[in-house]
Design a protein around this ligand. Structure first.
Ligand code: 2DT
Ligand code: MG
Length: 211
């Protein structure tokens, strides 16, 4: 009976290519919400701490090779294995701020030339984010940022393909596009304004699934 009195948590997702500042903005939003006494947790995909995540990590760090579709299914499994804990958090009123999810999965594998619908199929049925914040930036500028180039996918031409798939095939009018080529505080302020608005609208809606 107590359960009905708890508003469910919001599922807030950050998407975008490498080095646009997703992790920084996730941290800032988690802090912003917790400071408002709204219990909030960060989550990220791939979750490299699970057995499946360990295999993914080895691939990303170039220490193993793998068939592209086999790898894609591992990234997807890495979300399916988190499904119960996602529902558990949201249903107990905890907001989740998530760094990458199904849309990264589709964009990165489809950018290798693998059929878009095939890539999307294994995501269907996963809990769907309430808010998707897409950090947008010119690929040349993103690739010049610190630390770029260390992992498998961090090559300019590939990053451009990923950006194109996000923007021409995945993005819907529901996505909030945020210009990531500004200072951190300006971006954080825009994002917290967006989330503040969504908090009231969404908290009474049921969690949907990706279809
Ligand atoms: P980070 O740099 O954010 O740790 O991501 N990726 C991610 C995929 O190819 N498929 C997926 O499903 C996900 C979630 C994006 C590591 C890299 O893994 C890519 C960059
Ligand atoms: Mg990375």
């Amino acid at each position: 009976q107590n359960k009905e009195m708890i508003n469910r948590g919001l599922f807030i997702l950050f998407e975008g290519v490498d080095r646009v500042g997703k992790s920084t903005q996730v941290q800032n939003l988690v802090k912003f919400l917790n400071d408002k006494q709204l219990s909030t947790k960060a989550m990220r995909f791939p979750d490299r701490t699970t057995p499946i995540g360990t295999i993914i990590n080895a691939y990303l760090q170039n220490s193993t090779n793998m068939d592209d579709r086999a790898l894609h299914l591992l990234f997807s499994s890495n979300r399916w294995e988190a499904k119960d804990s996602i529902y558990q958090a949201l249903n107990s009123g905890v907001n989740l701020v998530v760094d990458r999810y199904s849309y990264s999965g589709v964009a990165y594998t489809a950018a290798k030339g693998i059929d878009f619908d095939w890539c999307y199929a294994c995501e269907k049925g996963l809990p769907e984010p309430d808010v998707i914040i897409y950090l947008s930036m010119n690929s040349e500028d993103a690739t010049k940022r610190g630390d770029f180039g260390g992992e498998r996918y961090e090559k300019l031409e590939f990053q451009k393909k990923i950006k194109d798939i996000y923007e021409s095939k995945l993005m819907t009018p529901k996505w909030k596009v945020v210009d990531a080529n500004r200072d951190i505080e300006t971006i954080s302020k825009e994002i917290s304004d967006i989330v503040n608005k969504e908090l009231d609208i969404i908290k009474n809606k049921q969690i949907s699934t990706i279809s």
